[in-house]
Design a protein around this ligand. Structure first.
Ligand SMILES: C[S@@+](CC[C@H](N)C(=O)[O-])C[C@H]1O[C@@H](n2cnc3c(N)ncnc32)[C@H](O)[C@@H]1O
Length: 310
């Protein structure tokens, strides 16, 4: 692991950046800067006219990427923002004719391991889960205000938690006594209704569900993919690394839609005239090697998909 990767050990980084098929004079967008691992690998392949525009919702990720890559000067620009606003952000910063956009979804190891950011059930931090701490809604707001049905549906749909009804019931009972304020309190409620054999799986599924809602992750992904497509030049590539089936499904359907020329799922051309707008570079998603998973177990669920705009 290089020094640049100590904030977050990037997953499939060399493969993902290879698949961008970098042109040394191109303009690239790293939609999820994190610790700057991908950004660094991209900028290292550019000449003095190439540029990387890196975005992250998290102020700490922005600060760390800026600091680590300052020696590249104006070839790297890092800003705090959500990739759902990618098109507006790119245009506002004069980034057009984009040769490639890369997404590495989810949270960084730094966010996950910082108990005070409240993403993890290991430790007892505030029930927060916000990637961008300027946004209002925290996990505590959701846990303490959703109805039992809303909670059960959320845990089922976004966490694929089979025990969702029992967990939702237990949350509502617990918060009647006093609001649930910390990750430890929430974890204990989930544990109280979960078979000890599956407790870690259940905790991560429930925490994932709440995180997805707090950060509107699926809506962000849908808008961000569409925005990337709009600003890509012809021949430009879109590379996405996702970490769970809900994300991967959105990426897969988006890319298939672009290949068929049906970008808006709701729109049907009465004459059925669709013109393909993209080609897939890999028909099946790429996954990390067993060596990478051994070295970095967090890579185990990664799926990498790539398409090229025609
Ligand atoms: C897995 S990390 C990226 C790691 C990065 N590729 C690296 O090599 O260091 C995911 C990052 O995406 C950011 N993120 C997640 N959703 C986002 C969104 N909608 N807009 C911008 N950044 C987002 C998170 O804050 C986190 O820093």
């Amino acid at each position: 692991m290089t020094r640049i990767d100590s904030f977050h050990q990037p997953v499939m980084a060399d493969e993902a950046v290879d698949l961008l098929k970098i042109r040394p004079d191109g303009i690239y967008i790293d939609a999820t800067a994190g610790g700057g691992g991908y950004t660094y690998r991209i900028v290292s392949r550019l000449d003095s006219s190439g540029k990387v525009f890196a975005i992250d919702r998290d102020d700490e990720a922005v600060a760390i990427t800026l600091k680590r890559l300052e020696s590249f000067g104006s070839r790297v620009q890092v800003i705090q923002g959500a990739f759902g606003d990618l098109k507006a952000l790119a245009l506002a910063h004069g980034m057009t004719d984009i040769s490639g956009v890369i997404f590495d979804l989810g949270v960084s190891s730094w966010q996950f391991d910082s108990v005070e950011r409240g993403f993890t059930y290991r430790g007892d931090g505030p029930l927060d889960f916000r990637m961008d701490r300027r946004t209002e809604t925290t996990a505590a707001d959701i846990i303490n205000s959703y109805s039992e049905k809303q909670l059960a549906d959320a845990l089922f749909h976004y966490g694929e938690e089979k025990n969702s009804r029992k967990v939702a019931y237990a949350i509502v009972q617990a918060r009647r006594k006093s609001p649930i304020k910390t990750t430890g309190e929430l974890a204990r409620v989930i544990e109280s209704v979960t078979n000890p054999r599956y407790v870690n799986k259940s905790l991560s599924r429930c925490f994932q569900a709440i995180r997805i809602i707090v950060n509107e992750e699926l809506e962000q992904l849908e808008t961000g993919l569409r925005a990337s497509f709009d600003i890509l030049r012809s021949g430009g590539r879109l590379v996405v690394v996702s970490y769970h089936s809900l994300e991967d499904r959105i990426v897969k359907l988006f890319m298939r839609g672009a290949v068929k020329g049906k970008m808006d799922a709701d729109y049907e051309d009465p004459m059925g005239n669709y013109k393909s707008l993209a080609r897939l570079i890999n028909k099946k998603p790429l996954v990390p090697s067993s060596e990478e998973i051994k070295e970095n177990p967090r890579a185990r669920s990664a799926k990498l998909r790539v398409m090229e705009k025609l």
